[in-house]
Design a protein around this ligand. Sequence first.
Ligand SMILES: NC(=O)c1ccc[n+]([C@@H]2O[C@H](COP(=O)([O-])OP(=O)(O)OC[C@H]3O[C@@H](n4cnc5c(N)ncnc54)[C@H](OP(=O)(O)O)[C@@H]3O)[C@@H](O)[C@H]2O)c1
Length: 298
Amino acid sequence: MAKTVLLTGSTGTVSSALLDALRGSADLRIRALVRDQAKADTLRAKGAEAVVGDLEEPDTLGEAFDGVDILWLLTPASALEPSMGSNAIQAAKRANVKHIVRNSAIKAGHDAPNRNGRLHALVEESLRASGIPWTILRPHYYMQNLLSSAGSVASDGMLYMNMGDAAVGMIDGRDVGVLAARIIENPGPHAGKTYTPTGPESTTMAEAAKALGQVLGKPVNYVALPPEAAQHAMLGFGLSRWFVGNVVDYGRAYSEGWGDFVTNDFKAVTGRDARSFKQFAADFAPAFGSSLASAGRA
Ligand SMILES: NC(=O)c1ccc[n+]([C@@H]2O[C@H](COP(=O)([O-])OP(=O)(O)OC[C@H]3O[C@@H](n4cnc5c(N)ncnc54)[C@H](OP(=O)(O)O)[C@@H]3O)[C@@H](O)[C@H]2O)c1
């Protein structure tokens, strides 16, 4: 009998890639939790049943969790992440869910140098205490984060990031979705395991800018924003203080080399190489202002 998988975060970067990667998995019924009925149609067009619910409101989750065998638990980067995580885990316990695959973050821990990593540690702890078999993914920095500077790359050939000169083992968020799909298709061997998926190489932002320049056919220069300048710019865009502070926390740590590593976890589970930054740059060239390259979103 087909198992029912509930996906959270399906309109976002990683879970939309996961939904794509699960299409055609014959033994799975895919259900997506959505906050907004208007977005449900898009997910249904991708082959998922869509049920409305809000992770901030436990009373809205019953229908979505009913009959679910496997939960993919992704919550948005927010100060409310522990609350949303525990609401989902509680709903999963009530629904007798058999396995939870959790999207956490690189080096999550109570002593992480960033507020997001410390909040993820709380959700990981709730998960381990739940009694439900689990698998935790702690992805490295998403390549898609560079899209925050796509406008200035397109207009002026400038990549503004707050990552200093350090290299980072960043991963294409689509590959986090691919990894999650392989685990969800056969969760048993992955129970109790924690993976830290990274890209195939550690890359500086200057190298990333060069790779973007090559696919765009123009020079792209990296500007390393100091923490105060990054904070000022992001607050000016209207981003929340928590979110801005979190990006600044990460930028400080990465600038000191905290993210300069890669692992073999993606290949060990999927059997294939993770996408390189060059591949990401080619696929997302239109978003960075090129009308020449194709948008090869996999
Ligand atoms: N950025 C990085 O480099 C990085 C690296 C490692 C880990 N992470 C972690 O990855 C996660 C974010 O993943 P992502 O970038 O793929 O997400 P994303 O693109 O920001 O999408 C967030 C998703 O969460 C949904 N959502 C927001 N509030 C919700 C609520 N109250 N109830 C139900 N759903 C809600 C959104 O749905 P709507 O369409 O309704 O808004 C959307 O589908 C965070 O936990 C972050 O810490 C990030």
